[in-house]
Design a protein around this ligand. Structure first.
Ligand SMILES: *Cc1c(COP(=O)(O)O)cnc(C)c1O
Length: 421
């Protein structure tokens, strides 16, 4: 499925890391290739995908949405039904199983909004591995529900206080930890980026999405015109697209965060934006939003998972070649799409996935009725109640939060319950 050549995808990718990590990455590459040839490993992976993650996830015909938009048939891959609520668990489980096979008992991970941290913490709990998650101090403060979940799963959340105290500092800290503890520790990277072999490895573990979709579409004899996925680092999109990359069709459409507009700092459009350039960061070469000195520019998106300043190297390469079409959806369009599919299909998209939904709403009416388009709903929207409620029902939400604070400060029962724990 379109593997890299020695870690490169037409010049993007590579292993731009400190010398000390070179051997660790080489060993990981060998172990990964070996595991993917090992029937018993693949069997174990398949079993845990079925029983723990809940695969396969359904492919839903969005009948009402299709009728309203009056064009192509819309299908939704309900990846948000995976245990923990999003696709990230596919990669976390895959890498943790691999780490176990390599005899590593300690897992570290970086996380921004906390979604990857939650998936990794859950995978470690399931597989009996020790877990430390690096998270910028600013993010720890902003993303308490995810921090709470990670701690429930038994992970240690390490608040990073260097730099801007956000995702990129968490990545740097995780890399430092790995370089210091390569023999005991595996670093579970959260998207289809970073130094080789991560882009190949993450794609392979996420390709279960695309393999299922291919089978499901064939069973229903769909004439698939396009696959649509949102694109942050690129793991859900590349996993969804993987089995189709080497074919001429269907069209593969990746949707970046358009934020509030086209200006620098107003979006996270690495492929479609005007501040995009080639660069090297976090161990790989790709397209990034960088200033003239090569420093990361600020990004903006209503969705917590689409605002990283870089994109996976294989996506950058396939975008340059034209096999993947890149577009973007603004915050407002994503919010409208979220509302549209909730009301008409009873499916609540994650804010990230709603960007793909927005593109489907634009595209479907332009296509004939015998064609199908498939949206990957990478996650479900329960996690976004703190983002959507202030937008859709601001005053009632504010009142609720005030009441919650009052309740916490006054309710003796809660204190007693805490002591009992
Ligand atoms: C993290 C996340 C994304 C973005 O990450 P990719 O690596 O681009 O897939 C998209 N959707 C959801 C639900 C996420 O949690």
């Amino acid at each position: 499925m379109a593997n890299s050549e020695n870690g490169f995808f037409d010049g993007f990718g590579g292993k731009y890391v400190a010398e000390v990590l070179r051997r660790t990455l080489d060993e990981l590459e060998v172990s990964f290739k070996d595991a993917m040839q090992d029937e018993s490993f693949l069997k174990e992976l398949e079993t845990i995908q079925r029983d723990y993650i809940g695969r396969e996830t359904p492919l839903l015909f969005a009948e009402t949405a299709t009728k309203i938009l009056g064009g192509a048939q819309i299908y939704i891959k309900l990846e948000g039904l995976a245990n923990t609520g999003a696709h990230k668990i596919n990669n976390a489980i895959g890498q943790c199983l691999l780490a176990k096979r390599m005899g590593k008992k300690r897992i570290i991970a970086e996380t921004g909004a906390g979604q990857h941290g939650v998936a990794t913490a859950a995978a470690c709990a399931k597989l009996g591995l020790d877990c430390t998650v690096y998270m910028g101090e600013v993010d720890v403060r902003r993303q308490q529900p995810n921090v709470a979940a990670m701690e429930l799963y038994g992970a240690k959340v390490h608040a990073v206080t260097s730099g801007s105290r956000t995702l990129k500092d968490a990545v740097n800290e995780a890399m430092r930890d790995w370089a210091a503890n390569p023999d005991t520790t595996h670093y579970v990277l959260g998207s289809a980026l970073g130094p080789a072999p991560f882009p190949d490895m993450v794609r392979e573990f996420q390709s279960v999405i695309g393999k299922e979709v291919k089978r499901q579409a064939e069973e229903r004899k769909l004439d698939v015109e396009a696959l649509i996925a949102c694109c942050g680092g690129g793991s859900n999109s590349i996993g969804f697209f993987a089995p189709f990359i080497d074919q001429a069709s269907p069209r593969l459409i990746a949707v970046e965060a358009g934020g509030i507009g086209p200006g620098v700092g107003e979006n996270a459009s690495r492929m479609t934006g005007n501040a995009s350039r080639d660069g090297i960061m976090h161990g790989y070469k790709s397209r990034f939003l960088l200033d003239e000195d090569g420093q990361a520019l600020p990004t903006r998106s209503i969705s917590a998972g689409l605002d990283y300043c870089g994109i996976g190297p294989q996506l950058a390469s396939l975008g340059k070649k034209g096999r993947i079409e890149f577009t973007s959806a603004r915050d407002e369009e994503a919010l409208n799409a979220l509302k549209f599919f909730a009301k008409n299909e009873g499916v609540l998209f994650a804010m990230e996935s709603a960007h793909a939904g927005a593109e489907a709403i634009r595209l479907a009416p332009t296509l004939p009725k015998n064609k199908a388009i498939i949206i990957n709903m990478s996650g479900r929207g329960d996690k976004d109640v703190f983002i959507t409620s202030p937008v859709f029902r601001h005053d009632a939400w504010l009142e609720f939060l005030h009441a919650e604070i009052e309740r916490l400060e006054s309710d003796k029962d809660i204190h007693d319950a805490k002591i009992m724990n």
